[in-house]
Write a protein that binds this ligand. Structure first.
Ligand SMILES: Nc1nc2c(ncn2[C@@H]2O[C@H](COP(=O)(O)OP(=O)(O)OP(=O)(O)O)[C@@H](O)[C@H]2O)c(=O)[nH]1
Ligand SMILES: [Mg+2]
Length: 367
């Protein structure tokens, strides 16, 4: 599972990335600090792993991970080549989901790159209008979100246009052409098209950014709360700076620090959990020779697709799967008893994987 972090320049993308990955990627007061994308892997906390480990006497436990990709800030006109972000839009085409970070911290020392806010400084000669509107401290989260989403939509429209040109004379591609037109029309209206499963499948190969699930994250100052108008985006609030500073502390001190500041929930765990919920992700487990492992899957996927998460050979050569849910296993107390009682179910490729399923894939090698 890969999640791309997007947002305007200087909004705290890398700060959040560092907090998530305990990394030390470069963070500066100035926009366009990140040029080459930062990539980091985060373990997903899951209490069930410890319980399962004990129950099945696992020798090795591997939590599931999410890969985060932190790219250069996007600016107005990015899809047309402004700024640096456009070069890296391609990088986030491959991700499964997007974390869209929005600046909500007021700090007059950190430029906020957003165009046409009242009172902005005039452009210095030779500067591109897309980021010349740097205005210190001003906040306008909704406008910021709209700028980014427009750029994502424009970048998608370009892909759709290219594809349409290519297939417009192909009599066999009529349906696809109609679908592309429908999607294009919606995006032009600033809306998301309503798509059925089949249509989504057809569109998958274009990796359209606008169709990816998005988690909006308000990067708050220490005193702020998520602004009212961001609630319609289901935004969650996090103080990236504080979270990243806290990563530097030893574990014991971190808890104390939190208590002192009155921050109850661990912000990063909240972010990961919310990502799961909003992106409708589920966790399933595998157990192979006492090696327990957790995996991430989009909700609604079938067990053959789950097999593909583990290895493409398993998906290709899928025969069947043996499945028991975590809650059933915990209740019954052991795998052998579960087997005796017939609670280990044999499922075919169309079985829809449920949250907490423990799965053993039977497959043959197709090569
Ligand atoms: N006050 C405050 N400053 C923050 C917060 N998060 C980030 N910053 C500061 O904002 C500046 C930009 O942070 P970065 O993490 O580099 O931002 P970015 O979005 O990765 O920027 P680009 O890579 O240039 O697009 C740095 O000076 C950070 O210390 C925050 O929550 N509060
Ligand atoms: Mg950065």
């Amino acid at each position: 599972m890969q999640i791309g972090i997007v947002g305007l320049p200087n909004v705290g993308k890398t700060t959040l990335f560092n907090a998530l990955t305990r990394g030390h990627a470069k963070v500066e007061r100035y926009p366009f600090t990140t040029i080459e994308p930062n990539i980091g892997v985060v373990e997903v906390p899951d209490e069930r792993l410890a319980k399962l480990k004990e129950l099945i006497e696992a020798s090795e436990v591997t939590p599931t991970t999410i890969k985060f990709l932190d790219i250069a800030g996007l600016v107005e006109g990015a899809s047309k080549g402004q700024g640096l972000g456009n070069r890296f839009l391609a990088k986030i085409r491959e991700v499964e989901a997007i974390v869209h970070i929005v600046r909500c911290f007021p700090d007059p020392n950190i430029a906020h790159i957003t165009p046409d806010l009242p009172g902005q400084r005039p452009l210095p000669p030779g500067q591109s209008p897309s980021w010349g509107g740097a205005q210190a401290g001003g906040l306008n989260p909704i406008k910021d979100i709209e700028i980014i989403n427009l750029e994502l939509a424009l970048a998608d429209l370009e892909i759709i246009e290219k594809r349409r040109e290519k297939i417009k004379k192909d009599p066999e591609a009529k349906e696809e052409l109609r679908l592309l037109e429908k999607v294009g029309e919606s995006l032009k209206q600033g809306e998301l098209p309503e798509l059925n499963e089949k249509e989504r499948e057809v569109l998958k190969e274009y990796h359209l950014l606008s169709l990816k699930p998005v988690l909006y994250v308000a990067n708050l100052g220490e005193e702020e709360e998520v602004p009212e108008d961001l609630k319609k985006y289901n935004a969650i609030g996090i103080c990236a700076q504080l979270e990243s500073e806290m990563q530097e502390l030893p574990e014991e001190e971190r808890a104390q620090f939190r208590a002192e500041l009155g921050i109850g929930e661990i912000g990063l765990e909240k972010l990961i959990r919310e990502s799961y919920r909003l992106l409708r992700l589920i966790t399933f487990f595998t157990l192979e020779r006492k090696k327990l492992r957790a995996w991430t899957l989009e909700g609604g996927r079938n067990v053959r697709e789950a097999a593909g998460r583990i290895h493409s050979d398993m998906e290709k050569g899928f025969i069947k799967a043996e499945v028991i849910n975590y809650s059933d296993l915990i209740q019954i107390g052991s795998l052998s008893q579960a087997r005796e009682k017939g609670l280990l179910k044999i499922e075919g490729k169309d079985y829809r994987v449920a949250e907490g399923d423990i799965i053993t894939i039977k497959f043959h090698l197709t090569r």
